[in-house]
Design a protein around this ligand. Structure first.
Ligand code: GTP
Ligand code: MG
Length: 371
């Protein structure tokens, strides 16, 4: 269904349907009373009638791809890498831990790579891949972190043994619990003379994170990111949890995922780092990301390599966007660019409507800005 049919537009403009049809014909659009009109045509007709404001309501359920239920047949599902988010209080050592994991597992030819703004990496241990997301520790990223938990299969809560449970530790625990994902606690900085891992364990029991040796079921690993102590043990625990849960996705369909980060790059234009969660993303794919759309021009992985395809659990940097989407925006591939564009337009109008409240009036100026 289109945005509106001729009869509806006529009603909106307080005109007879026949007048609208005549106007459409004069504009070169052969229309009937039940003809669906796109936003551009609606706006054109409205401006021809010199109508300053048009009330346009788009039913929220239509084309809202966030609510589209995905049903895959069991036989189409294949194992995928677990997506592990590293969370915790500022300076507790999240990035250092991930760097240590990466540098012990990155093969020599792959070391270095491009500068990463986002911490989204894939490492391979014993032929098994793990995708890691590093979440920055400051306020501005709280929202992304909240969404981070939604793209996550497993959460690692990093707690510095010399500092203890802090506000963002608690926040991270509640995000992980809300997302109902398994938690692994990495008690970090155990190399420090004042480190006291048992105090951390004690403190965390208040949040129902009880270590196995105390009768609970939370996995705790004492590590030192700096001295690379017990990293293998931590990785083994991640692979164990992944094995138990056997994360799967269908790689043989159009890709769907989440924008992790996006920005305007001086050379490349709008770029986004996305996590593919379903299907396989390919060069040339038309997509919608939040309220924006585009066509995949190039994909680069976390090692700076160009990819032709990205399967589930792969984080990639994409170019080919028309605008900069937002971190946390859903991402989805459509059959062609025309469809992607139409959906992104609807999504932006819908968003504006919800911002202005239901039944709000959208002026032609507003429409122009978005068409
Ligand atoms: P934000 O991203 O700002 O939230 O911080 P972060 O959690 O990523 O911490 P980061 O890895 O940046 O580490 C903070 C400081 O702790 C750095 O100076 C690290 O060198 C230090 N650090 C991290 N891990 C260890 C560790 O195991 N032992 C010691 N002694 N220092 C560590
Ligand atoms: Mg960090």
């Amino acid at each position: 269904r289109g945005n509106m049919i001729v009869a509806e537009l006529a009603k909106l403009l307080h005109k007879d349907a026949s007048e609208v049809i005549k106007k459409l014909i004069s504009l070169g659009v052969m229309a009937t009373i039940n003809q669906e009109l796109d936003i551009e045509t609606i706006q054109l007709v409205a401006s021809e009638f010199k109508v300053e404001e048009v009330e346009i309501k788009i039913p929220v359920e239509e084309d809202d791809f966030e609510t589209v239920e995905e049903k895959d047949n069991e036989e189409d599902l294949q194992s995928r890498a677990p997506v592990v988010t590293i969370m915790g209080h500022v300076d507790h050592g999240k990035t250092t831990l991930l760097d240590a994991i990466r540098s012990t597992n990155v093969t020599s030819g792959e070391a270095g790579g491009i500068t990463q703004h986002i911490g989204a990496y894939q490492v391979e241990i014993n032929n098994k891949k793990i995708t890691f997301l590093d979440t920055p520790g400051h306020e501005a990223f709280t929202m992304m972190r909240a969404r981070g938990a939604e793209v996550t299969d497993i959460t690692i809560i990093v707690v510095a043994a010399d500092d203890g449970v802090m506000p963002q530790t608690v926040e991270a625990i509640s995000h992980a619990k809300a997302a109902k994902v398994p938690i692994i606690v990495a008690v970090n900085k155990i190399d420090k003379p004042d480190a006291n891992p048992d105090t951390i364990k004690q403190e965390l029991t208040k949040y129902e994170l009880v270590p196995e040796e105390w009768g609970g079921d939370t996995i705790f690993v004492n590590v030192s990111a700096k001295q690379r102590t017990n990293l293998e043990e931590l990785l083994e625990m991640i692979l164990l949890v992944a094995e138990v849960n056997d994360y799967k996705a269908n790689p043989n369909k159009r890709a769907r995922g989440t924008v992790l980060e996006a920005e305007l790059d001086k050379g490349k234009g709008p770029i986004a780092r996305v996590l593919v969660q379903h299907g396989t993303l390919k060069i040339g794919d038309a997509f919608v990301a939040g309220n924006t759309f585009g066509r995949i021009r190039a994909m680069i992985n976390d090692k700076g390599r160009r990819l032709k395809e990205a399967d589930p659990s792969t984080p990639v940097e994409i170019t080919g966007l028309t605008e900069v989407p937002k971190a946390g925006d859903p991402f989805m591939v459509f059959e062609d660019e025309r469809k992607a564009r139409a959906i992104s337009e609807r999504r932006s109008i819908k968003q504006r409507q919800s911002q202005m409240g239901a039944n709000s009036r959208v002026t032609l100026d507003d429409l122009y800005k978005h068409i």
